[in-house]
Ligand binder design. Structure first.
Ligand code: SAM
Ligand code: SF4
Length: 330
């Protein structure tokens, strides 16, 4: 079957699936503080619908999946979806991105269902700063979840920290030590204009270069890893004594759009060809109203065919998408 290639020659093999827009915390760079309008339950794709969609698109070359949200673990039977997806021939890699609050209770079931790759989002290494960012308690649960995931056998476990001026600076060196002590790679993600409050400003982004300087002075020099996948969004480094890995997702200061291989399925069944898309394609209606497999593949091809060259965060013409991160699926 013809691979999923856009008009710039980018081959798409990577699908990110949001399973819910609900979340048990309220990170200020993602969700509003309160009065969140969540999607009605009947609008969410059932696990069987997600599985059917993956079976339909896999032959176009989709071999990598990541489940996200909202908080994916609030769908407490997520391991049943992992088990369904890991049985699909041709799917080589399944990961999830989670805030880790419910991880301790689900880690073993997720591992047993076939999940191996885990990204845990954690922006601070103190309970106080955690609460400042998430507007909820839960720091200890996340740390407990990371330990439970290690004990269950997850490898790799990556820690995602959004890098924001005024928040992240004092976390950098502690995260460097955390990476060295736990073996988890810590990845700093530049704060992007996808917050529900639309309060993002370029001046609030703490750029990767500044973090590298702080780690070099505060711990020891970082060296880029050899043989990195050029299509991966993160640039990975290691401390020069070989202990501790740090990654950077520099979406704002060094966009990686030209090597993008990803598209997204939202929890309510819309295809988005980019995080920053202003348009979406409705797949849920096709899935529910008798759409045939080839029709669904054609809709996906058209969506990918219309993908823009890149996001326009750094241009005056940039328009922030209506959906914030929790509703798209990060
Ligand atoms: N709830 C899960 C979690 O937090 O890991 C999964 C969904 S969350 C939307 C996925 C990732 O997007 C998280 O690592 C989060 O930190 C990141 N994220 C959310 N809003 C962001 C923003 N405005 N800029 C950069 N990253 C953001
Ligand atoms: Fe929830 Fe993840 Fe958004 Fe934080 S980043 S509010 S954990 S969905």
């Amino acid at each position: 079957m013809t691979p999923l290639v856009d008009s710039f020659g980018r081959v798409h093999n990577n699908l990110r699936i949001s399973v819910t827009d609900r979340c048990n915390i309220r990170c200020f760079y993602c969700m509003p503080a309160d009065n969140v309008q969540f999607m009605a339950k009947e609008k969410l794709l059932a696990f069987e619908e997600i599985e059917r969609f993956v079976r339909i698109v896999q032959p176009m070359g989709i071999d990598k999946l990541r489940l996200t949200g909202g908080e994916p673990l609030v769908r407490r039977d997520l391991s049943t979806l992992i088990a369904k997806l890991s049985r699909i021939e041709g799917i080589k890699d399944i990961g999830i991105t989670t805030n880790g609050i419910l991880l301790a209770e689900q880690a073993q079931d997720l591992y047993d269902a076939g999940l191996r790759r885990l990204n845990v989002s954690l922006d601070a290494l103190s309970a106080e700063k955690f609460k400042q960012v998430t507007r909820r308690e839960g720091y200890e649960k996340v740390i407990e979840g990371i330990h439970a995931a290690k004990a269950a056998g997850f490898d790799p476990i990556k820690i995602n920290a959004v890098s924001i001026k005024g928040i992240t600076e004092e976390e950098i060196v502690p995260f460097g030590h955390f990476a060295r002590e736990t073996g988890c790679e810590v990845r700093f993600i530049e704060y992007m204009p996808l917050d529900a409050d639309a309060a993002w400003e370029r001046e609030k982004v703490l750029f990767a270069d500044e973090i590298i300087d702080t780690l070099t002075t505060g711990i020891r020099p970082l060296v880029p890893l050899a043989n990195q996948d050029p299509r991966a969004p993160a640039t990975d480094y290691e401390f020069d004594d070989g202990i501790g890995r740090i990654g950077f997702i520099a979406s704002v200061s060094k966009p990686f759009c030209m090597s993008c291989n990803r598209f997204r399925l939202t929890a309510d069944g819309k295809i988005r060809n980019c995080l920053f898309s202003l348009e979406e394609t409705d797949i849920r209606t096709m899935l529910r109203d008798g759409g045939d497999d080839e029709g669904i593949r054609q809709a996906v091809r058209e969506s990918i065919g219309a993908k823009k060259e890149g996001h326009e965060i750094n241009m005056a013409s940039f328009v922030q998408p209506e959906r914030p991160m929790y509703s798209i699926g990060g």
